[in-house]
Design a protein around this ligand. Structure first.
Ligand SMILES: [Zn+2]
Length: 437
């Protein structure tokens, strides 16, 4: 697409129209209450939530996009001066309230920008989105897929939220005399909290701004700001730490639950060689999953007694609003893009979806070459690390053996780097140049 026409989740530079997938901070960096560059296209719910995030924003700049129908926009080509028509459709991204994907088509071809998304095959909402997308494509192909590649690594496979929400309920129920704190963001994970509230028949404490958001979303009864009414509190993620939990436990027995697609790891305390972390493998075991026509069936494999708990006060449960590796794979198989690009990016860390899924695209050969290039780089790096640890006087064979043993750790470290860099991400100014990387 020609430069200067549209931007998605990107607020620097000049475009004729701007598109916002959802209101998480890593997608609104550069957007402010004083925005005046041009109209912003977003979902109705995002528009409703906008004033909370950006007080005094000129709401007349928001253009609400109804989900599931085509809209068109006339733009002006800066190179030819002629009009060009952009058609676009919003599709439910099933990520956080208001989150949508955008499908664009025009002279430039067909582009799909997922924003952050969750693609659970067991979910009715995802199936509805799937039908909407297939109908919109109507057999035509996607030229470039801009993909939420947060968990674009085979080590990130986790069950649907419905399953892990029940795990969290079980953890809470098995600690009847404990206070519970759950780390959440300022938007998202509402369905989890509602599930806990409904099943355990308890209210959930949230901080005052979060209560306003809950009321805006229509959840009036289940949340409170009075600590005396409940033992379950949803707290801002930034306040969730080992130190917080240790402090709380000096007053009352308390456990913390961090819902996340990544195992939660904290840095060791000073002077300690131990790396504290928490990881709940517990009742979900990927090897116990069965495939049923492409859909996995998740089975419980025991009680909480089988839970691995790396810190005495903290559980980390794989409840994620992003697609797992296998869901990303399903999505790419469905869309079959000619090319794709991850939207989680930074100069130092980037999991290129072509590395794992290039074989599913219409550009197999370059993808294969890319994969081989990555493999070489990975192998070289492991060997280098091994040599630097053990010195150069050991045999090449031993270096290779040690490198093989280190490979698992290397892959995990890569995943960890993705996580730590996740905040450094940006949207896309959609240019043809972007496709050539
Ligand atoms: Zn998000």
């Amino acid at each position: 697409m020609e430069k200067g026409l549209i931007s998605v989740d990107r607020w620097s530079g000049e475009s004729q129209a701007y598109f916002l997938t959802h209101l998480h901070s890593d997608h609104t960096k550069g957007l402010s209450s004083s925005w005046s560059k041009g109209p912003i296209f977003c979902s109705r719910l995002t528009a409703k939530l906008f004033p909370f995030k950006f007080p005094d924003f000129r709401l007349s700049l928001l253009r609400i996009v109804a989900v599931g129908s085509w809209h068109s926009l006339s733009l002006l080509s800066s190179s030819t001066g002629s009009k060009t028509v952009l058609q676009f459709m919003a599709i439910d991204a099933h990520h956080c309230p208001g989150a949508i994907m955008f499908l664009f088509r025009g002279d430039f071809g067909c582009l799909l920008y997922t924003g952050d998304f969750r693609w659970e095959v067991t979910s009715d909402r995802a199936n509805l989105a799937r039908n909407t997308l297939l109908n919109a494509l109507n057999g035509s192909s996607v030229d470039i897929l801009y993909l939420d590649n947060t968990y674009c690594n085979p080590s990130h496979d986790f069950p649907p939220r419905e399953f892990t929400a029940q795990q969290i309920v079980d953890i809470i129920a098995s600690h009847p005399d404990h206070d519970i704190i759950i780390g959440i963001d300022s938007l998202g994970k509402e369905d989890l909290l509602l599930h806990i509230s409904r099943v355990l028949k308890i209210k959930i404490w949230v901080w005052p701004e979060r209560l306003q958001t809950m009321h805006l979303l229509g959840f009036d009864e289940m949340f409170t700001t009075k600590t005396s009414l409940t033992r379950v509190r949803a707290v801002p993620r930034y306040s969730f730490s080992v130190e917080t939990l240790e402090g709380l436990n000096t007053m009352r027995p308390t456990i913390g639950i961090m819902p996340s697609g990544l195992p939660w790891v904290v840095k060791p305390s000073e002077g300690s060689d131990n790396l504290f972390g928490s990881l709940l493998t517990s009742r979900y075991n990927i090897s116990k999953c069965t495939e049923n026509g492409g859909a996995r069936t998740y089975k419980s494999n025991g009680s909480l007694g089988s839970t691995e708990r790396f810190h005495k006060y903290i559980y980390s449960v794989s409840y994620s609003d992003h697609s797992s590796y296998s869901e990303i794979e399903n999505f790419i198989k469905l869309v079959q893009p000619a090319n794709m690009k991850g939207i989680v990016s930074s100069s130092t860390c980037y999991v290129d979806p072509m590395y794992y899924f290039g074989r599913l695209c219409g550009v197999n050969q370059p993808a294969q070459r890319l994969r081989q290039k990555h493999k070489r780089k990975e192998s070289d790096e492991i060997t280098l690390v091994t040599k630097s640890i053990f010195g150069r006087n050991i045999s090449e064979e031993l270096v290779k053996k040690l490198a093989r043993n280190m490979k698992v750790k290397y892959v995990r470290a890569q995943a960890s780097r993705v996580s730590s860099r996740r905040r450094v991400r940006c949207g896309a100014k959609i240019l043809e140049d972007d496709c050539r990387d």
